[in-house]
Design a protein around this ligand. Sequence first.
Ligand code: S3P
Length: 448
Amino acid sequence: MIPKTASIESFLLKRKKISGEYRPPPDKSITHRGIFLGALSHETSRVQNPLTSGDCLSTFRAFNQLGVKITKKKNEWVIAKGKKSVLTQLRELSAPRAALDCGNSGTTMRLLSGILSGQAFKSRLTGDASLSKRPMKRVIEPLTKMGAKISASKDGTAPLEIAGNPHLRAIEWKSGVASAQVKSSILLAGLFADGKTMVIEPERSRDHTERILKSMGAKIRFKSSGSALVENKISIEGGAILRGLDFKVPGDFSSAAFFIAAALIVPGSDLTILDVNLNPTRTGLLGVLRRMGAKIRLESVREESGEPIGDLRVRYSELNSTEVSPAEIPLLIDEIPVLSVIATQASGITTIIGAEELRVKESDRLSAIATELRKMGARIQEKKDGLVIEGRTPLQGAIVQSCDDHRMAMSLAVAGLVATKWITMIKDFNCISISFPSFWQDLKSLER
Ligand code: S3P
């Protein structure tokens, strides 16, 4: 058990390198979708290697409350078959007796809103303090246009009350944000709509929902993210019968990113990360790091369960600064805090622009990372939509706050690996259990 305030003293004092072979935890986004989509099929579904973190368990529990029986076996979740609804051809869900608590998970709340919009019952969605501040209008508006009735608090935040409608209208929706949660919410509602629902995104966001829906037999059209011409229009036909799902969740690139960062900035490190998801809608960080001069080699790239995966060999590198453009942001949306840490160790000025979405994540990540890294001596300026980071700056240990944000806590732990003078104390470190419960033990196992 990690103490609520964890110190990373041992790394700091011993200045160890990060080396060896490492298999990152299963992907959070894909585990969520395994449950969401498996629970819509009336056939049995199997999700192998699921991530049992706080966020995924919020989705797991919500579906239990909706009458979907999910059994945890060794390293697999089995979603039992259910009754097919005569109205929608999808599995019939039951009205929940109590509010569905989405915890800290934006993916749970937004994707669930899409599914609940197509049900013949009412439901209520709640979340923790952080989730209750996050914007929900971005899903409420399209889902309302499709025919659901959704009420929220005045500023468009949770709790949400959803009166579903199994006869939703298909819409064409131009989303103001490149958000996979918004896109997926509308596509899931589109399964309950009459006709073709289309989502147009300003930039391409992660496409796991599309890939899984296609494998289950949904009539969905999207440009595979591997193709040269990337188009941001996705359409889905309502009324499909979804086949049961049987797939294996690959390693989470976003979790691996902390170890990539550690290996790049801790002198002497040489780390091979195994079986990690390499979906191009997730790996924008790799392109940015290569521009910075990172020694990263892709090995044994292959396809598994409809997703590209492979191994990454990462070695300590002398890095240079770069400019991160708005078009790259959706492809590395969760990696910006740890990229900021890397940028403090790269020579020159790194700029990140077009990243205002970071202000509405689990914390205001632009403000949080700038404030906390400054406490460690970093030269980092916060802009309205981004950050300007001056390197190469020696960091020193400090007492820093995770802001109850898992990605902040782990980014600061990586910064602590190269900090000198004092030890780094990270307050409220336990929030890492949201996406990466074994982070601490895993990092320790790679000390050499
Ligand atoms: C996620 C999408 C992203 C990401 C989040 C997980 C998903 O959010 O930040 O951690 O699983 O769809 P947005 O879609 O809001 O950008």
